[in-house]
Ligand binder design. Structure first.
Ligand code: PEP
Ligand code: MN
Length: 336
């Protein structure tokens, strides 16, 4: 309704009811103030405040099994694009565990760009993921695509993934948030960082603080890669939000040979972890084989990343110290 109509009807309403004059004047004045606000001011009012970092908020550490995402430890999540067979999943889980991963990834419900592509094993895939967790101790992250599937996926997974194509499905975000499980929220392929933060805010509004943001590449005019990896987006998110941010170099690159470089860039930009596709035999993969690392490539990437991860640990240690000093200054609990 246009504001002029709103003001008119409010005045008619207020003059025909027993509303005290002061209250009536106050309401009318508020509406007039809102009508006078510039478009920028109104947009600012709609910004998502809870996801933003400020002096009162510590960085969020998301607890998963026996570790946290967003703390000093760099967390690698690795595994196949899709759960295909028991042998494929178990071999991958054992391998990535030995190479230092903490989380096993694998889609049981697959969003695909083509309706003819493999759509995932569903419940059978979830059971295989849970069996892999039981054997290896890895936590499980897997995508949930429909709010109807949330209870089922939450029964098997430790982290629920919201895929790029679902980032703005608020009904799904609400249902997923209400499961109480940690959520890996992937950036939509045509979403701005503000859009991503708005979706994170929907999860927080539904009582779930355990959100992990994921940069997975966005669509640009560049076609040499599957997507354009937004490293600046990672650095920016780390500056403006207290939520952990992880990098997905696999979907960003779309090519396995670029994955190690993008992973390094992700760490250097400040990411708290990685989400990487790994397959025992990428040429035979049922989905995303061209961007999946084989075991040897994964090992090489993890080894090459070590110095970068150590630098990151030093930097986050310093940040923690600064935060502690800041907190002490605020509360006056200690001399610095
Ligand atoms: C995936 O992680 O396998 C996936 C489908 O990712 P995205 O939603 O980023 O395309
Ligand atoms: Mn994939």
């Amino acid at each position: 309704m246009p504001f002029s109509n709103l003001i008119g009807w409010t005045i008619v309403f207020l003059t025909h009811t027993a509303c005290p004059k002061e209250i009536a004047n106050f309401i009318v004045q508020r509406i007039i103030d809102m009508a006078k606000m510039s478009r920028t001011q109104k947009t600012r009012l709609a910004e998502p405040p809870d996801v933003l970092l400020d002096a009162r908020r510590q960085r969020t550490c998301v607890p998963v099994l026996d570790f946290v995402v967003g703390g000093v430890e760099f967390v690698t999540m690795a595994g196949p694009c899709a759960v295909e067979t028991e042998s494929q999943l178990m071999a991958t889980a054992r391998h990535v565990r030995r190479a230092g991963a903490r989380v096993l990834r694998g889609g049981a419900f697959k969003p695909r760009s083509s309706p003819y592509a493999f759509q995932g094993l569903g419940l059978e895939g979830l059971k295989l993921l849970a069996a892999a967790r039981d054997e290896t101790g890895l936590a499980v992250v897997t995508e949930v695509m429909s709010e109807c599937d949330v209870p089922l996926v939450a029964e098997y997974a430790d982290i629920l993934q919201i895929g790029s194509r679902s980032m703005e499905n608020y009904t799904l975000l609400e249902a997923t948030a209400q499961s109480g499980k940690p959520i890996l929220l992937k950036r939509g392929m045509v979403a701005t960082v503000a859009d991503l933060l708005r979706s994170a805010q929907v999860i927080l509004n539904n009582g779930n603080p355990n959100v992990i943001l994921c940069e997975r590449g966005i669509r640009t005019f560049e076609t040499a890669m599957r997507n354009t990896f937004d490293a600046a987006g990672i650095a920016f998110l780390k500056q403006v939000t207290h939520l952990p941010v992880i990098a997905d170099p696999s979907h960003a690159a779309g090519r396995h040979d670029l994955v190690p470089a993008l992973a390094r860039i992700g760490v250097a930009a400040g990411a708290d972890g990685l989400l990487v596709e790994v397959h025992p035999n990428p040429d035979q993969a049922w989905s995303d084989g061209e961007q999946s690392l084989d075991f040897a490539e994964f090992d090489a990437m993890m080894t090459a990343l070590q110095p970068w991860i150590e630098l990151r640990a030093m930097a986050s240690g310093e940040e923690r110290l600064e935060q502690r000093e800041f907190a002490l200054k605020r509360t006056g609990d200690g001399a610095i």
